[in-house]
Design a protein around this ligand. Structure first.
Ligand code: NAD
Length: 274
């Protein structure tokens, strides 16, 4: 089957592109004909990634940027759009986690999480809007199911990602009249460096996977497919949406798995009574 090339000649900027979901997104857009501007904390890591994955020809701009630095992210976007002639898609993807209750994390950890996970989406989008207006382009943000509901011990991360979800909706309504669409994906667990550093050992990963109706964590490629869909003309009437990609995790209420408990005990299932 002929590969679909929905982004032929379009310029796509991706933050946090050296690994995980950002890397998979870069590979996906390159395979579909896009010209890439990629940033991450280390330019070496980006250079190694584009060589390893065979997308060096498509990746015209590689830049070391801390996305929480408004000047650095703004000049990355300006330089990319000006040197590559346009900007069609911005993927605000870079992110970090932060574990702890509000009385366990420091104010610096709270601020750093907000800065990288939320402020950067504002900074990047603000810098990209003039170019997206000209191109009739779009923004796709990597939020999280952690931005939709609470997770024990992840207060700062959940608040930052909830901010990304609502900033997506706000920008969608503010810029729809200018022909700019703004959407986000809400991944569940994805088998990247971030999840592995959070879950730490195989036993916790197995516990996690037992909670997922589809029985496994997602892949970075599955997230990239969602991002590319939202950025493509296939999603031409979609703006302000949260595309949940979580193997069914948030389709559940979070109550105990009575079905499994009943089966394990060999109990009959009856009409429930009070
Ligand atoms: P990852 O750690 O593999 O990739 C994150 C990338 O962002 C890294 O390359 C890292 O260097 C970069 N980065 C971090 N801080 C940065 C900064 N200040 N400036 C520039 N780049 C920075 O993890 P991932 O899972 O691919 O994460 C990508 C996005 O997906 C994040 O926003 C994350 O919150 C989100 N997400 C991940 C999961 C998951 O289970 N992995 C679930 C939901 C959402």
């Amino acid at each position: 089957m002929k590969a679909v090339r929905r982004f032929e000649g379009m310029v796509v900027a991706i933050t946090g592109a050296a690994s995980g979901i950002g890397e998979a997104t870069a590979r996906r857009f390159a395979a579909e004909g896009a010209i890439l501007a990629l940033c991450d904390l280390s330019e070496d890591a980006l250079a190694q990634m584009v060589t390893r994955t065979g997308i060096a020809e498509s990746a015209r701009t590689l830049r070391a940027v801390d996305v929480s630095d408004i000047d650095a992210i703004s000049s990355f976007i300006d330089d990319a759009a000006q040197s590559l002639g346009r900007l069609d898609v911005l993927v605000n993807n870079a992110g970090i986690g932060c574990f702890g209750h509000v009385d366990e994390i420091t104010a610096e950890q709270w601020r750093r999480t907000m800065a990288v996970d939320l402020d950067a989406v504002f900074f990047g989008s603000r810098a990209a809007l003039p170019y997206l207006r000209t191109a009739g382009g779009c923004i796709v943000n990597t939020a999280s199911i952690s931005g939709l509901f609470a997770d024990p011990g992840l207060a700062a991360y959940n608040v930052a990602k909830a901010g990304v979800v609502n900033l997506t909706r706000n920008m969608a309504v503010d810029h729809a009249g200018e022909g700019i669409r703004v959407n986000c994906i809400c991944p569940g667990g994805v088998g990247t460096a971030m999840l592995k550093s959070h879950l730490r050992d195989a036993a916790i990963m197995e516990d996690y996977e037992r909670l997922v109706p589809m029985g496994r964590v997602g892949t970075a490629d599955e997230m990239a497919a969602g991002i590319a869909f939202l950025a493509s003309s296939d999603a031409s009437y979609i703006t302000g949406t949260t595309l949940t990609i979580d193997g069914g995790v948030t389709a559940q209420t979070g109550q105990p798995n009575f079905d499994r408990l009943y089966r394990q005990r060999g109990w009959d299932k009856k009409i429930l009574r009070g």
